[in-house]
Design a protein around this ligand. Structure first.
Ligand code: BTN
Length: 270
């Protein structure tokens, strides 16, 4: 891994209040999350964005490998030393998902869906993955939110990689996307949403996230860490808990952090 003090090949500055006042662009890194985590150890770097054209050890959720070819994706991570309102992985991931969803809609005119907990789908196929990692020591909380957004891959690439359920913005909009322009749109949305939440508007973010997931009222299987599953009609999704009406008529409140997947069941339109 290059030292954080090694010069990136480009430094960009965005007209942001919080996120992306400084963006470090590298041609190649092992993982943007790793470098952002080292930067996040110093609150001075709060809001710094690390971008790579290519990763040699890109990581996904549950230790999976995240593959990408140079120029095909936006691969970026945000180093954060956030205030209390953001000190939960579910809130950080929701923030990124809602912001990227709005950036994708702005760029393509197409609406995304949030697939719990960290994927963005377009027309049922994954276009973006989010990897939120946090570190707590004493009273200090640091986080990295990593984003892999598929831009220009053709369908054949996904099939060859054994990812038939993945898509790219180019497949959706039938045009190629310039990574720098997409980065600007994503950083702009991340910054605007971040400013709203630190300005006291957590509830509108929660509402946008809930709407983006789009499964309220539908039959679902809620898979919990530890491999148990709760099946029933989804009554509510909130940062404080998930409520499911089971066949036995009970409503349970499940902490979002304990929920691995929420899958729509047959009979649902989701
Ligand atoms: C997932 O869907 O499992 C999450 C994928 C996250 C991938 C991004 S790419 C940029 C950042 N750096 C990494 O090593 N991973 C994230």
């Amino acid at each position: 891994m290059p030292d954080p003090l090694d010069p990136p090949h480009e430094i960009r500055t965005f007209p942001s209040a919080h996120i992306g006042r400084r963006a470090l662009l590298y041609e190649s890194l092992p993982s943007t999350n790793d470098l952002a985590a080292r930067l996040a150890a110093d609150p001075e770097h709060h809001g710094t964005v690390v971008v790579a054209g290519h990763q040699t050890a890109g990581r996904g959720q549950y230790g999976r490998v995240w593959h990408s070819r140079p120029g095909d994706s936006v691969l970026m991570s945000v180093a954060l030393s956030p205030p209390a309102v953001f000190r939960r992985p579910v809130v950080l991931t929701a923030w990124a998902a809602v912001a990227i969803g709005d950036a994708v809609r702005f760029l393509t005119g197409v609406q995304t869906r949030i697939k719990w907990p960290n994927d963005l789908l377009v027309r049922g196929k994954k276009v973006c993955g989010i990897l939120t990692e946090t570190a707590v020591s004493g009273s200090s909380f640091r986080s990295v939110v990593g984003i892999g957004l598929n831009l220009n891959q053709p369908a054949d690439d996904f099939v060859a990689a054994g990812l038939p359920d993945a898509t790219s913005l180019a497949l959706v909009a039938r045009t190629r996307f310039e990574p720098g322009a997409v980065l600007e749109a994503v950083v702009g949305q991340l910054d605007a949403k971040y400013a709203r939440v630190v300005g006291g508007e957590l509830v509108p973010l929660e509402a946008d996230w809930k709407w983006g997931i789009g499964l309220l009222g539908r039959p679902v299987a809620v898979e919990l860490a530890g491999d148990s599953t709760v099946t029933g009609r989804l009554r509510n999704i909130a940062f404080d808990g998930i409520e499911v009406n089971t066949d036995a008529g009970e409503v349970r409140v499940l902490p979002p952090e304990s929920v691995r997947h929420i899958t729509p069941l047959a009979g649902s339109n989701g």
